[in-house]
Ligand binder design. Structure first.
Ligand code: ADP
Ligand code: MG
Length: 236
């Protein structure tokens, strides 16, 4: 589903160039549940933004569903985002002047789906995250965990192949974190690829594969560890 080959990313800071990703190689299969860990500043968000076609990279190749994602026009980037990707952010990014149902329906509004149809679908996704009874509440009437579940429903309504989440539980307490994580696992159970950037061991411990970034380099990748173990076992 996702292949990164020798990805490099630089940011310009004044006259200097900051080398933030230094040759990232990753392959993520359809349906995997992956976490990306690493200390603050290690490049996690940069990597996720590249995966989300929210940011460009400077060297290497990114394939999404076998399409090379490189130097896309804004229109094409939006097309691939809508077609394949759903986003969840630490800060929820809900519109405060719209209720929960309208927030969930928003992607369909932009896709020009009629009101009746999009509201009906929004209710189905709210139900999926256990919030059908909060449909007419505005975000400021919801708890942090509920807001994140609304955000997840909104990410799911376009039926993405991949959910990209940047510290989705960073603003939540332990119990709420688990509620949200349970929904991510449910999403993963439906065959959707889930990539979660997190600081929390409790979250990473619940994913199949942990990729650790350190200073723009992959320090370890659970998938590679597995294959090393498999090789050793095969070698007897
Ligand atoms: P993480 O999410 O792991 O904390 P980031 O990917 O946000 O790390 O940032 C990696 C490095 O790139 C940090 O040193 C950060 O300060 C720098 N950085 C991130 N975004 C920008 C930007 N838009 N311009 C310049 N430097 C940036
Ligand atoms: Mg970050």
């Amino acid at each position: 589903m996702i292949t990164l080959k020798q990805i490099h990313k630089y940011y310009s800071v004044g006259k200097n160039k900051l080398h933030v990703l230094k040759g990232i190689d990753v392959h993520i299969n359809q349906g995997e549940l992956v976490s990306i860990m690493g200390s603050s500043g290690s490049g996690k968000s940069t990597m996720l933004n590249i995966l989300g076609i929210l940011d460009d990279y400077d060297e290497g190749e990114y394939y999404l569903n076998e399409t090379l994602i490189q130097n896309l026009s804004a229109k094409k980037a939006a097309y691939y985002r809508n077609q394949f990707l759903g986003f969840v952010f630490q800060s929820f990014n809900l519109l405060s002047f719209k209720n929960a149902m309208e927030n969930v329906a928003l992607p369909l509004y932009y896709q020009k789906v009629g009101r009746k149809k999009r509201n009906k679908l929004a209710m189905e996704y709210l139900e999926m995250v256990g919030l059908a009874d909060r449909a007419d509440h505005s975000p400021n009437e919801l708890s942090g965990g509920q807001k994140q579940r609304v955000a997840l429903a909104r990410a799911l309504i376009s039926q993405p192949k991949v959910i990209l989440a940047d510290e989705p539980t960073g603003a939540l307490d332990t119990q709420t974190t688990q509620e949200v994580m349970d929904i991510f696992k449910e999403v993963h159970g439906k065959g959707i690829t889930v990539v979660i950037v997190t600081h929390e061991n409790e979250i990473a411990g619940q994913t199949e594969r942990v990729i650790r970034l350190r200073d723009g380099v992959i320090e370890s990748d659970g998938a590679e560890n597995n294959s090393i173990i498999n090789d050793v076992e095969t070698a007897g």
